[in-house]
Ligand binder design. Structure first.
Ligand SMILES: NC(=O)c1ccc[n+]([C@@H]2O[C@H](COP(=O)([O-])OP(=O)(O)OC[C@H]3O[C@@H](n4cnc5c(N)ncnc54)[C@H](OP(=O)(O)O)[C@@H]3O)[C@@H](O)[C@H]2O)c1
Length: 301
């Protein structure tokens, strides 16, 4: 009999795509699914997808990720970020399989002034953060063997993200105004995927250990502001011929958005390295890989 696969949800997203692409190199048979076959808005699809795949482990990369739109679509955000993951965790528990779920730095309010640890109190500022926090709580309450990885500022060569937006804007505009007073860590979907796959491989090889359960912080190394991130992205893009605009630092107050965001959401990743001996590469190394990949993709007819 072939080995049971890991099941990856949210196949069309940045992380889901990276997980599916990199699972073979990690030696893991994988099945990636997305909507409509796996849809948190149609909860009956969750059990059906699990029954069809009969996985050895589930990685949930499906989520409502539109931070501003969540402010006016709270029901849908909570369905995708709390109710669906709760159902998934309950099903994983009844099937006796582990669940790796992904959460966010936006569960914090950003006022600590130092990197957050997993035991720091959460205090989300917006609907998205509240819905993700509720998802964490629901998964832990479901009693499955669950690992929740909080990450931040996800970007990759595929999908909608800040790096792609900056490159597109640089082609159109002579000057970009970018928020300089929010601090965090851009995290490459590919690097997060590799960490998740390493954890999955270890669980499948060694079996579940009680010390694996719970919340872990998992971001790239280092930190910056959105302005610092834009500066790095556009310096790299300029080397490949993209026009280089002026990048003007502005305050959050000068760029009003429907959702409030934490001013400093750096995450302390010590627990991840101590438990799993894993550390993601620096965000600048990831940016140096991903910007040329975005540009190359844009050139593909
Ligand atoms: N992006 C960030 O900056 C960021 C920051 C911190 C944490 N995270 C977390 O990291 C994880 C991965 O994020 P990402 O950047 O890969 O997200 P993404 O690119 O926006 O992808 C989200 C995925 O979820 C799917 N999805 C959305 N609503 C769904 C629903 N109701 N039912 C089933 N699937 C649904 C989407 O499918 P469709 O293509 O069909 O819409 C897509 O495949 C998420 O848990 C997110 O909360 C992300």
């Amino acid at each position: 009999m072939p080995p049971r696969p890991i099941l990856i949800t949210g196949a069309s997203g940045q992380l889901g795509h990276a997980l599916a692409a990199r699972a073979p190199a990690a030696g893991l048979p994988a099945r990636a699914i997305g909507r409509p076959g796996f849809d948190f808005d149609a909860p009956e699809t969750i059990a059906r997808a699990l029954a069809a795949a009969d996985p050895a482990l589930v990685v949930n990369a499906a989520a409502w990720t539109a931070v501003d739109a969540a402010e006016t679509s709270a029901d849908a955000a909570f369905r995708a970020n709390r109710d669906g993951p709760a159902t998934l965790a309950t099903l994983c528990r009844s099937r006796g399989i582990p669940l790796i779920h992904v959460s966010t730095d936006y569960v914090f309010d950003g006022t600590k002034g130092a990197p957050y640890t997993e035991t720091d109190p959460i205090a989300p500022l917006g609907v998205y953060g509240h819905s993700k926090a509720a998802g964490e709580e629901a998964i832990l309450a479901a009693g499955a063997d669950a690992i929740i990885l909080r990450t931040a500022w996800v970007f990759s060569a595929t999908g909608k993200n800040f790096a792609r937006t900056m490159i597109a804007a640089a082609r159109r505009l002579p000057a970009l105004r970018v928020v300089a007073d929010q601090r965090g860590t851009p995290t490459a979907a590919e690097d997060l995927a590799d960490a998740i796959l390493a954890i999955a491989a270890r669980i499948l090889a060694e079996g579940w250990q009680p010390g694996f359960a719970g919340i872990f912080h998992a971001t790239s190394a280092g930190d910056t502001s959105w302005h610092g991130f834009a500066t790095e992205i556009l310096a790299l893009a300029a080397r490949h011929g993209t026009p280089h605009p002026d990048i003007i630092p502005i305050a959050t107050a000068d760029w009003p958005t429907p959702a409030r965001r934490p001013a400093d959401s750096r995450l302390d990743t010590t627990k991840l390295s101590q438990t799993f001996a894993l550390a993601l590469p620096h965000w600048k190394d990831a940016t140096a890989r991903i910007v040329p990949a975005i540009l190359a993709q844009d050139e593909t007819p």
